[in-house]
Design a protein around this ligand. Structure first.
Ligand SMILES: C[S@@+](CC[C@H](N)C(=O)[O-])C[C@H]1O[C@@H](n2cnc3c(N)ncnc32)[C@H](O)[C@@H]1O
Length: 285
């Protein structure tokens, strides 16, 4: 009995903030990445990718705002299955997509092939991207910036800066302080937690949500026990105010930052669960 109590206590113990980061496992595990791809491709849900109708408005705004056309060089960091790269490449722009997930990239390559589009896909960690190409625009869509730990965010901003041409822009969205206000701590247990999302074998799953008020961070932790192993997945989210985010960007050498409501160019609203920014190292956005 005591052993079980101790084990359950360990499962439910609050981890140190950013004590462990498991992002790569989430996107590269063969079973999980298959379920992730299905979520990306569901046109009606905002899970791994935004729903189709919203995504089309994002693409339309990007094309208009950044004058996307032949000759423009664009990089999509964390391009997933190529939903934005494909649309942007249709304009004739030179598009590069980077992602960790072979499964998503295979889908992206097949989309481009089907339309006869030339898109450069790289299976790479975007934090460590090294290239001689300089981009006019780098995008990071679906709040991936919020999922990075502080050293990851610094590495990303350094990498983006190194690869932006003069006047180039970095555009991305994040989770907001008002979304943080709605985070509630909870614990749940279920056999085959989340309908078999975590494994194709029988398993028992524990899901804990923790809130780190001082750090403006939440953690969704999933402990998955099957007959052979125990795996733990950590989904960290950092929630920002425009001031926090602008501070990080300025510390990293971005000189101008424009705050927007989202990636369709809507105006910023305090109560919205996310917001977006355009950052540049040139004088003005
Ligand atoms: C939430 S999904 C968003 C995908 C895409 N931007 C979209 O909106 O359809 C995050 C993507 O980023 C990728 N990713 C996460 N961390 C990465 C890293 N360090 N380097 C490259 N890709 C990464 C994942 O494999 C996944 O495809």
């Amino acid at each position: 009995m005591l052993a079980m109590f101790d084990q359950l206590s360990a499962v439910n113990a609050r981890p140190a903030v950013y004590g462990q980061v498991t992002t790569e496992d989430l996107w590269t595990d063969p079973h999980i990445s298959q379920r992730m791809l299905a979520a990306h491709l569901d046109p009606h849900v905002d899970l791994s990718s935004y729903r189709t109708e919203y995504r089309e408005r994002i693409v339309a705004w990007l094309i208009d705002r950044f004058d996307v056309r032949p000759g423009r060089r664009i990089a999509d960091f964390g391009c997933g299955p190529g939903l934005y790269t494909t649309s942007l490449a249709r304009t004739g722009a030179s598009v590069t997509g980077l992602d960790l997930s072979s499964r998503s990239l295979d889908h992206a390559v097949s989309l481009a092939r089907r339309e006869g589009l030339s898109v450069r896909y790289l299976r790479q960690d975007y934090l460590a991207h090294q290239d001689t190409v300089r981009y006019d625009l780098v995008i990071l869509v679906m709040r991936d910036y919020s999922a990075l730990p502080p050293d990851g965010r610094r590495a990303l901003l350094r990498t983006v800066r190194q690869h932006l041409d003069t006047g180039g822009c970095f555009v991305f969205d994040v989770d907001s302080a008002s979304a943080f206000a709605r985070v509630r701590e909870q614990a749940a247990y279920a056999p085959s937690l989340m309908d078999g999302f975590w494994s194709d074998r029988p398993y028992f799953g524990f899901h804990n949500t923790y809130r780190y008020a001082r750090d403006h961070v939440s953690l969704d932790k999933y402990e998955i026990f099957d007959a052979e192993r125990r795996r733990t997945f950590f989904n960290w989210v950092r929630y920002f105010t425009p001031e926090d985010l602008t501070g990080e960007l300025r510390d990293a050498g971005f000189t101008a930052v424009e705050v927007l409501g989202d990636l369709t160019g809507s105006p910023y609203a305090d109560e919205a669960p996310r917001f977006a920014v355009i950052a540049t190292t040139a004088g003005v956005v």
